[in-house]
Design a protein around this ligand. Sequence first.
Ligand code: URA
Length: 284
Amino acid sequence: MARPLDSATREALVERVRFYRDLGLTEFYRRPVDPALVAEDEEQQQHAQTETVLDQPPALFADFQPANSHEEHPIPARRSFPEPPQIAAAVPLADRAAALQMIREDIGDCTRCPLHKGRNKIVFGDGSPSARLMFVGEGPGADEDAQGLPFVGKAGQLLNNMIAAMGLKREEVYIANVVKCRPPGNRAPAPEEANTCTPFLFRQIDVIRPEVLVALGATAVTYLLGARQPLAGLRGRVHSVRGTKLIVTYHPAYLLRDPRQKKEAWADLQIAMKELGLKAPSRG
Ligand code: URA
């Protein structure tokens, strides 16, 4: 016969059940925790203790050619979103990874909006489930659609450089998009497409609970804030979304087309870095 649980274990279990329930996930108890993920969690914690302090601004994310990619298209977003769940402060990485996996399984072989007709792969997201910093883009392009990963094309190379400029590794942040399937011809997602897909993005945000979100471009900020506003008026300050700080900057594809704006984008990223207590790595 099973022994009764001591009160600390029971409390921990109740907390875990609440965590999943608040996310709308009710089947967690059927799923075993992968020991490999627990090991990863320990590694993450070790990494957090050895954060590098960097004192000079890096070379700005240069050396990329303009790509024929997304335009900045602000579009109407659904205005009311469910409030973020109240979840415990320190959620182990294994739980977050498992919760993300459940969201992915919930998406399944999605046919909820017309974008599924033209997609090759669903682009769920990429990075650390316990990232302190999360980037949100618009939607997959051709490279992302082929590989099933966000920001792996030209704009992705620039985003990687932006992340490195902040003194971070791509694996340390989390990257997702407003829509998870490629809009035909890289057009901006239609409101009904974006509004169908964003509940999954919000669930990802609620699981990861990054300290800072960076909205890349007008589509991301429109759907994160739930309101269409010109990007220029939103840059330069810290917004709040689902209990997380939100910084607004240009989409990397736009920066590829107009590299003069990289300076502006770097100013935005520095706001994010300040919020995270990060200093830029020194050159050389
Ligand atoms: N542009 C986006 O907005 N997202 C991607 O994943 C790639 C390019």
